[in-house]
Write a protein that binds this ligand. Structure first.
Ligand code: SF4
Ligand code: SF4
Ligand code: SF4
Length: 518
């Protein structure tokens, strides 16, 4: 337990730049790096942490419970992808939590105060603080471990508490603070201003015209539209996310959805979730505010992982209730999305699956015949939301060859990509590749068994991180969003003969693949 933490290149994230810390008005903003011997901590740092811990223990009953009830049974020990990938014992969820629990014991329990180390209590030192930083930024808050704990201890929440405490001393990472500050300033992680956002959408319109011959309309800031659509900004900036965006736009045009984007709520993702409750709340607020300003009836959300964690588990209480919105009803099928009764936000997979279920889309599966597809359940939509069937139902309807990865690596047992919760930086690539190893290994298995060459997923971070992961561990496997495959298969009214898929590559004709059709 007392082994000094070593900040080895490739295994940790860089500190946040001071200008972004200042923009968010964070405490003790300074230029700082984790590998520095001197962290430049305020003289009373210890009191700040102990007081902060006291506040969190009073605010969150779950935190207090998680500190007290672990019996060290070890059921969670080998369930974390970071432990499997690195072999580092402190990446076992039980030991990760113990880093904080040992300090809790020392300052907040009678036994700890009296017996100290005899009962596993530790005095708070700078070394322990460094250890917290290292291991709480080697946890993707994926919650896989919680599934196996007989007491329901969620180490993700312990990590969240650890990060909140480090924030009090201005110890945070660039890959969280910079997108969060951009989002606060412009509405999205990338800092794209409204005019550039509009130009990007025009570019997408041109691409769709070239592929299908159809000129579609992309409404932005349209007051009185029925639905506000919010997606992660990576969808209109990064690749392969871009093809998912084209898929959404084609789908909305085809079914005649009366919707709008907002140039201000132009980000579904919320890096505040990886920082603190306050920042998460602040960044999420714009979605309901824009829904109010644009006078829509309900909200539709795109393919993102942690965006849905915030919407599904926090939005209603942190920024709601959204009584000014209506219970979502699909204007095309009449389906009432009762599950979204309180948040008023429907997931795009639910929306599209419902369209397919009611035969509202003409789909040619053979257009995706060059892909042998598997599905990676993003932890946030799967484990935290229970969205298991809808994406699978869509995939089975838009492609002929779909195969599941092994049972213990999918649905609620899914393995994280290794880059979530703000860890998708470049400087910690070694840790990410190790953390993503169990996911990659399951993909390798279906590649060898069924010839899988495409992994579909519904998370912007997955789309950004999985290609590198698979290139390193597997090879010959691509990554896409569900709605890219929907866009390929969608036969649009009045379209010209399609020769290219959404990537601009020759479309599978399907003519030589009759045997693949179900
Ligand atoms: S939440 Fe995920 S990353 Fe964190 S300890 Fe549990 S399994 Fe590991
Ligand atoms: S499974 Fe639960 S009780 Fe057992 S060691 Fe892990 S956190 Fe503690
Ligand atoms: S990035 Fe995706 S797979 Fe990784 S933690 Fe987030 S939702 Fe899970």
């Amino acid at each position: 337990m007392d082994k000094k933490v070593e900040f080895k290149k490739g295994t940790y994230c860089f500190g946040a730049p001071v200008k972004h810390q200042k923009y968010l008005d964070l405490p003790f903003a300074r230029e700082w790096q984790p590998h520095n011997e001197d962290w430049g901590l305020p003289h009373n740092w210890k009191e700040i942490i102990i007081q902060g811990m006291k506040t969190l223990l009073n605010r969150y009953r779950s935190f207090k419970l998680f500190m007290d009830v672990c019996v060290r049974c070890g059921a969670c020990a080998d369930k974390c992808h970071f432990f499997i990938g690195t072999g580092d014992p402190k990446n076992m969820p039980v030991l990760r939590a113990e880093l904080l629990r040992s300090v809790y014991r020392r300052y907040f329990t009678l036994q700890g105060r009296i017996f100290g180390r005899l009962v596993g209590a530790r005095d708070l030192t700078e070394e322990i603080l460094k250890e917290w930083f290292y291991y709480f930024y080697q946890c993707t808050e994926c919650r896989r471990c919680s599934l196996y704990c007989p007491y329901g201890i969620d180490t993700c929440e312990i990590t969240m508490m650890g990060r909140e405490l480090l924030n009090l001393l201005g110890c945070n990472i660039q890959w969280i603070i910079e997108p969060a500050s951009n989002s606060y300033r412009t509405g999205n992680h990338l800092g794209v201003p409204p005019l550039a956002f509009k130009e990007t959408m025009e570019f997408a319109v041109d691409e769709i015209k070239e592929l299908t011959g159809i000129k579609i309309d992309v409404p932005i800031n349209k007051k009185g539209a029925e639905v506000l659509f919010v997606a992660p900004s990576a969808d209109y900036f990064a690749s392969p996310h871009w093809y998912t965006l084209l898929g959404y736009l084609m789908l909305f045009h085809e079914v005649g959805l009366d919707y709008t984007w907002s140039a201000f709520a132009s980000e579904g993702g919320n890096f505040g979730l990886f920082h603190s409750y306050e920042l998460m709340k602040k960044l999420n607020a714009k979605i309901y505010e824009e829904a109010k300003r644009l006078r829509v009836k309900w909200i539709l959300g795109g393919e993102c992982g942690h965006m849905w964690r915030v919407i599904h588990q926090y939005m209603d209480t942190i920024n709601g209730p959204a009584d000014f919105l209506e219970e979502p009803v699909s204007p095309i099928t009449g389906t009432r999305f009762e599950n979204a009764k309180s948040t008023k936000v429907v997931h795009i997979a639910e929306f599209t699956a419902d369209l397919i279920f009611h035969n509202k889309l003409k789909l040619d599966k053979s257009r995706n015949d060059k892909w042998v597809v598997t599905f990676h359940d993003s932890c946030n939509t799967a484990r935290s939301m229970g969205l298991f069937e809808e994406p699978r139902f869509i995939l089975r309807n838009v492609c002929n060859r779909f195969y599941e990865m092994p049972e213990n690596t999918i649905r609620e047992k899914t393995f994280c990509c290794g880059s979530g919760a703000g860890l998708g930086a470049d400087e910690n690539l070694e840790a990410r590749l190790k953390g993503g190893f169990p996911r990659a290994y399951a993909v390798k298995y279906v590649k060898e068994k069924y010839g899988v060459n495409m992994v579909a997923c519904m998370c912007a971070i997955d789309k950004a991180s999985l290609p590198t992961l698979f290139e390193y561990w597997v090879g010959g496997v691509d990554v896409c969003g569900i709605h890219e495959l929907v866009g390929n298969a969608l036969v649009m009214t009045g379209e010209m003969e399609r020769t290219k898929d959404l990537r601009g590559e020759p479309l599978s004709s399907g003519k030589n693949n009759e045997d693949l059709r179900q």
